[in-house]
Design a binder for this molecule. Structure first.
Ligand SMILES: *Cc1c(COP(=O)(O)O)cnc(C)c1O
Length: 334
């Protein structure tokens, strides 16, 4: 069955106007001795773009099918997900409630005021805060409490969940992205992608396997170490397989992760992050973000060093966006 036909069963609101570019990075390819291609999902368009735009197509599809007038979402203070959700809500004339979690300790003033926070305020979102950063179930529960208050006032809220006890609807956006990439690229030897909630990694891996690609898809850990992330991926992939009515072992036997660039932790910039971010900017004029894509590129370099990616191979890296966060991290980057 075609991937497009499998996705037809899910309500979807289109936000990505056209295919995102697949670019060969000539100077970086020469520098690394590989054939490096970048899928530019930083250019998905809506509200400064990034990977969450594709994921939100399916959440807003469901929200509109339920006649929601307000969407609620939780994330880190500099979350790209909540910023793009606020932009999507604005485009559709819905209201948005964004819950900012304290996930990253010891950050300066700009982290709380600039970058994504500033953009979310411009978008007119209601901002609330949640004191913990590693409590997905609690964070979802707090959103539900706010949703109940809104319901009592006659509004129709829709909650975008991050917890693993809900279907990973956003992963469908990356099944679609893999389908799109498959038509752009032909054969390749390895793919490298950030692995946070796992929706992107899980959807991308599933879509590539459905499209017949067998190359390894390396998920670079940005939030949790390998053993935790592998367990998470197994759950995400199993739920996604159920949603798409496919055999879960097509993907669950095929989880590959790397966590050598995770230190000093989620949302924290280490030496590697700073180095890879400037290397990409100065070699290709392309910006990476400090939380996800600089670590993803550090992962590619790490895999190359370990020989899991070999010289001469054709490699595709997914640029998942996140660029407004650069300004929230100004003090750490200067
Ligand atoms: C959220 C995010 C990721 C991680 O995607 P998941 O689907 O949560 O794994 C990667 N890059 C950027 C820029 C993000 O905002």
């Amino acid at each position: 069955m075609l991937i497009k036909d499998r996705l037809k069963h899910f309500p979807r609101t289109r936000f990505v106007a056209s295919e995102t570019p697949l670019e060969r990075l000539d100077r970086m390819s020469d520098h690394l001795g590989i054939d490096l291609w970048l899928k530019r999902d930083d250019l998905t368009g809506l509200g400064f773009g990034g990977n969450k735009v594709r994921q939100l197509e399916f959440y807003f599809g469901e929200a509109l099918a339920q006649d929601a007038d307000t969407i609620l979402i939780t994330g880190a203070v500099q979350s790209n997900f909540i910023r793009t959700a606020a932009a999507a809500a604005a485009r559709l004339g819905l209201r948005s409630v964004l819950q900012l979690e304290e996930r990253v300790p010891d950050m300066g003033a700009q982290y709380y005021t600039s970058g994504n926070v500033l953009l979310s305020k411009i978008l007119g979102a209601e901002l609330t805060s949640y004191p913990l950063g590693e409590d997905e179930v609690g964070a979802d529960a707090a959103l539900h409490k706010r949703a109940d208050e809104l319901r009592a006032k006659g509004r129709t809220p829709y909650v975008i969940h991050l917890g693993l006890n809900h279907p990973p609807l956003g992963a469908l956006g990356y099944v679609a992205c893999a389908d799109e990439l498959s038509c752009q690229i032909g054969d390749f030897d390895a793919a490298v992608v950030a692995s946070g909630s796992g929706a992107t990694h899980g959807g991308f891996l599933t879509g590539l396997r459905l499209a017949g690609h067998t190359a390894p898809v390396f998920g670079i850990c940005v939030r949790r170490d390998r053993s935790q992330q592998n367990a998470r991926m197994k759950t995400v992939l199993t739920k996604l397989a159920e949603m798409l009515d496919i055999d879960p072992t097509l993907t669950t036997n095929d989880i590959q992760t790397w966590d050598g660039a995770l230190a000093p932790g989620y949302g924290k910039i280490g030496d590697q992050t700073r180095k890879t971010l400037t290397l990409m900017a100065r070699t290709e004029g392309i910006f990476l973000d400090p939380v996800y894509t600089a670590k993803t590129f550090a992962g590619l370099l790490g895999l190359l060093k370990e020989g899991r990616i070999e010289r001469g191979q054709k490699v595709v890296m997914l640029h998942t966006g996140g660029l407004p966060a650069l300004f929230g991290y100004q003090a750490e980057l200067e």
